[in-house]
Write a protein that binds this ligand. Structure first.
Ligand code: NAD
Length: 475
C-alpha cells in the first residue's frame, strides 16, 4: 500500500479518513496518499492559527528566527530522504531536487535574518512620529507543483518572521515532501503557527474566501491568480500573487555562441521547462543565429530525458498529465502550422510516464502559440532579430512581465536594454538567480506585489504610524 501522509494542524499530524492519490510522473504509479481535506479541516487549521497568532505576534525577532532556523535545519538534516521523495512526486532529476531542498534550507535561513525596523517619520520639537510594521494575522498560503518545497518555505518563513501564523495548501500533485517536512517540524514550531493541509483544487477557494484569514500569498497560474484576487475582494484580504511568465532572453551579436549555448539551454530546460522564470522565448541576433542554434542542438543531443531517479537524466518528465497534454497540444499546433523543428517534437503519448523530448524550434512567427503562450515544458522557440529596438518591442509585446535576460559582452549595453524591458527581474549574462534579499515579483499579469527581501516581508504586515505630541497641553 502507498504511504499515507497526514496534515499538520495545531502541532499534530492528523488525517481525514479520505485520501487523494499522488502519482510518480516518471512511471504513473501511485506513490503516496494525502488527506482530502475540506471545510472542517480548514476551519480547524484556521482556528489553530488564529489562537497561535495571539501569542506569536508578541514574540521577539530572536524567537521567530530560532523557529525558522529550526525549520531550515530540519530540511537540511533530512535532505537525503527529502530530495528522493521530491524527485518521485515532482519528476525533476535528483541533482535538481537536491538543489531545491538545499535551496529551501538556505533560503529559509537567509530570510530568517530579515528584520523590519521602525522608521522615524518626524522627530521635531512638536512631535515624534514613527512607522512600525504589525503582522496582518492569519495567512493562507497556496503553492504550485513545479517547486513545491521552495514555494512552501518562501511563504512559511516570511509569515513567521513578520509575526503572522499560516495555513498552507500544497498542490494536490506534489504534496508529499511538504507533508513529510510538516512531520519533521511538528515539534519544532509552536502549535498552530504553521498548519499544512492538503486537498483538491476546490480547497483553494475555501481558503481565499475564509473570513478568518487575513492575507493570501499565492504562487501559480495567472488564471488562478485572477480568481484569487476576485475571491479576496469580499473582505479586502491582502494578497501577494506570483504568477505565470513568458520570459524573453535576448542574445546580442557580441555573445560567443559556443560559450553561451550551454547556459542558454539550461535557462529553458531546467526542471523540464516548468519554471515561472525559465527562458520561454529566445531572441538571437541574425549575425549569430545559425551558429548558436547549431550549438544549442549539439548540446541538446548530449542531454538525456528520462526518470529523474536514474543517474545521467538531465530532463525529467512533465509533472502531471494535464500539463503533459497541454505541451503536446502546443507541439501539435506547431506541426499543424508547418513550423520548423531543429530537434525533438516527436513525443509518444502512448508510453508510460509523461515524457516530452527536448524540442527546439527554428524561428516560428511571433503569433505562434508556442511563442505567445507560456509553454511550461521542454520546448524552446528560437527567433531571429535584426535591431535592438525591434527586439525590445517584441520582448515587451506580452501580457506577462515576470523576468528576462540579456546575453552580451558589453554589460553597459545589457543594462541599457534591461532598463527598457517591462519585467520585474532582468539578468545580464546569467539566469534563474533569485536572492533572498532582492524583491521578486511580476509586472503586468505576472503578479501582484513581491516576495523575498524586505519588500516581500512587508507584504505580511500593515504599517502603523504612532505619533506622540511632544508639546502637548493635556497635562
Ligand atoms: P495553478 O494555478 O493551477 O495551481 C496553483 C495552486 O492553486 C494549487 O495549489 C492549486 O490547487 C490551487 N488552486 C487551483 N484553483 C484554485 C482556486 N480557484 N482558488 C485558489 N487556489 C486554487 O498553477 P500550477 O499549474 O500548479 O502552477 C503552474 C503555474 O504557476 C505556471 O503558470 C507558473 O508560471 C506559475 N508559477 C509562478 C511562479 C512565480 O513565482 N511567479 C513560480 C512558480 C510557478
Amino acid at each position: 500500500m502507498a504511504t499515507q501522509y497526514k496534515n499538520l494542524i495545531n502541532g499534530k499530524m492528523i488525517d481525514t479518513g479520505e485520501w487523494l492519490d499522488v502519482v510518480n510522473p516518471a512511471n504513473e504509479e501511485v506513490i503516496g496518499q494525502v488527506p482530502a481535506s475540506g471545510e472542517s479541516q480548514l476551519n480547524e487549521a484556521v482556528a489553530a492559527a488564529r489562537t497561535a497568532f495571539e501569542s506569536w505576534k508578541k514574540t521577539s525577532f530572536e524567537e521567530r528566527q530560532a523557529v525558522c532556523m529550526a525549520i531550515s535545519g530540519a530540511i537540511k538534516e533530512n535532505a537525503d530522504e527529502l530530495y528522493r521523495l521530491l524527485t518521485s512526486e515532482q519528476g525533476k532529476p535528483h541533482e535538481q531536487a537536491k538543489g531545491e531542498i538545499f535551496g529551501a534550507a538556505g533560503m529559509s535561513a537567509a530570510q530568517a535574518t530579515l528584520k523590519l525596523d521602525d522608521v522615524v517619520n518626524e522627530d521635531s520639537d512638536q512631535r515624534l512620529s514613527r512607522t512600525r510594521r504589525v503582522p496582518v494575522g492569519v495567512v493562507g498560503g497556496i503553492v504550485p507543483w513545479n517547486f513545491p518545497v521552495m514555494m512552501a518555505v518562501q511563504k512559511i518563513v516570511p509569515a513567521l518572521m513578520s509575526g503572522c501564523t499560516i495555513v498552507l495548501k500544497p498542490s494536490p500533485f506534489t504534496p508529499l515532501t511538504t507533508l513529510r517536512i510538516a512531520e519533521l517540524i511538528a515539534d519544532k514550531v509552536p502549535a498552530g503557527t504553521v498548519n499544512i493541509i492538503t486537498g483538491e483544487d476546490s480547497l483553494g477557494p475555501l481558503i481565499t474566501g475564509h473570513p478568518d484569514i487575513n492575507k493570501i500569498t499565492f504562487t501559480g497560474s495567472t488564471a488562478t491568480g485572477k480568481k484569487i484576487m476576485e475571491g479576496a475582494s469580499a473582505d479586502l484580504k491582502r494578497i501577494t500573487l506570483e504568477l505565470g511568465g513568458n520570459d524573453a532572453s535576448i542574445v546580442m551579436p557580441d555573445a560567443d555562441p559556443q560559450k553561451v549555448a550551454e547556459q542558454l539551454f539550461w535557462s529553458s530546460f531546467s526542471n523540464a521547462g516548468q519554471i515561472c522564470v525559465a527562458a520561454k522565448r529566445i531572441y538571437i541576433h541574425e549575425d549569430i543565429y545559425d551558429e548558436l542554434s547549431a550549438a544549442l542542438v549539439e548540446y541538446a543531443k548530449t542531454v538525456t530525458v528520462g526518470d529523474g531517479s536514474q543517474q545521467g537524466t538531465g530532463v525529467g518528465p512533465i509533472q502531471n498529465k494535464k500539463q503533459y497534454e497541454r505541451v503536446l497540444e502546443l507541439i501539435e499546433d506547431a506541426k499543424d502550422n508547418g513550423y520548423k523543428f531543429l530537434v525533438g517534437g516527436d513525443a509518444d503519448p502512448s508510453g508510460t510516464g509523461y515524457y516530452v523530448p527536448i524540442t527546439i524550434m527554428d524561428n516560428p512567427p511571433e503569433d505562434a502559440r508556442i511563442v505567445a503562450e507560456e509553454q511550461f515544458g521542454p520546448v524552446m522557440p528560437l527567433m531571429k532579430f535584426s535591431t535592438e529596438d525591434e527586439v525590445i518591442k517584441r520582448a515587451n509585446d506580452s501580457e506577462y512581465g515576470l523576468a528576462g535576460a540579456v546575453w552580451t559582452a558589453d554589460t553597459d549595453k545589457g543594462v541599457e536594454i534591461a532598463e527598457q524591458l517591462e519585467t520585474g527581474t532582468v539578468w545580464i549574462n546569467e539566469y534563474l538567480h533569485l536572492s533572498p534579499f532582492s524583491p521578486f515579483g511580476g509586472h503586468k499579469q505576472s503578479g501582484f506585489g513581491a516576495e523575498y527581501g524586505l519588500d516581500g516581508l512587508k507584504e505580511f504586515t500593515y504599517p502603523q504610524v504612532i505619533t506622540v505630541k511632544k508639546d502637548s497641553v493635556v497635562a
